[in-house]
Design a binder for this molecule. Structure first.
Ligand SMILES: C[S@@+](CC[C@H](N)C(=O)[O-])C[C@H]1O[C@@H](n2cnc3c(N)ncnc32)[C@H](O)[C@@H]1O
Length: 197
């Protein structure tokens, strides 16, 4: 019988990529074989990282705040791939994430009341990322606080059997316009870009 790998086993398998800043190796590892949602829900591709990078550069964005970053693996990949970009990973429940039972993390976690998070949300040179976010009142509240003009939404496309809220190609709030998006070819995931016009 096949044994189920724990998140600690998966992190050990990723050790070399992580220690050598080998984000492309990490992406291949996530895309090959079985899905590893304990590490990261989407299966990002090089093209999806280019998509994020190109839009950040086009809009002169220097900071990305990822809400609901979980283990922070996607945030580590993005930060490592896109030189010069500051990436904040935000989670809730600091007591859990700093407890002995918490999963290992790949990127420093911040929490909604942290000064850095408040400051980043109030800056026009910040972009937001919701990756497999799952709490509608919370994303609406983040968008109310946010003073920037760029939001990425990553999640499953319709019919994939998994769910996120927001979803990549669904309307956010009326002031946000969907201007671009792409499917990640190794999975049923997509990343979409919304702009406040
Ligand atoms: C399905 S997980 C996605 C984790 C990761 N982004 C991924 O794609 O693998 C959603 C995460 O959002 C977090 N979350 C829920 N409400 C939140 C809030 N108000 N602010 C920040 N994170 C929140 C949860 O704790 C959870 O870790």
């Amino acid at each position: 019988m096949r044994e189920t790998k724990t998140i600690h086993d998966l992190k050990e398998e990723m050790k070399d990529f992580f220690e050598n800043d080998n984000w492309r190796g990490a992406i291949n590892y996530l895309c090959d074989g079985e899905h590893k949602p304990l590490l990261l829900w989407p299966r990002p591709t090089n093209a999806s990282i280019d998509f994020i990078d190109n839009h950040l550069k086009r809009h002169k964005i220097s900071k990305l705040v990822s809400l609901g970053c979980g283990t922070g693996l996607f945030e580590w990949i993005i930060k490592t791939a896109i030189r010069g970009l500051t990436v904040l990973g935000v989670e809730v429940d600091k007591d859990w994430w700093t407890s002995a039972y918490a999963p290992p993390v790949f990127h420093q976690l911040n929490y909604p009341d942290d000064h850095e998070v408040k400051e980043a949300l109030s800056s026009e040179s910040t972009a937001l990322l919701f990756c497999y976010f799952n709490c509608e009142p919370a994303w609406r509240q983040y968008l109310t606080e946010f003073k920037g003009t760029i939001v990425f939404v990553c999640g499953p496309v319709e019919g994939s059997g998994t769910h996120s809220n927001p979803q990549p190609f669904q309307p956010l709030t009326p002031e946000w316009t969907l201007i671009d998006g792409m499917k990640m070819e190794k999975s049923h995931d997509a990343v979409a870009l919304y702009v406040k016009i």
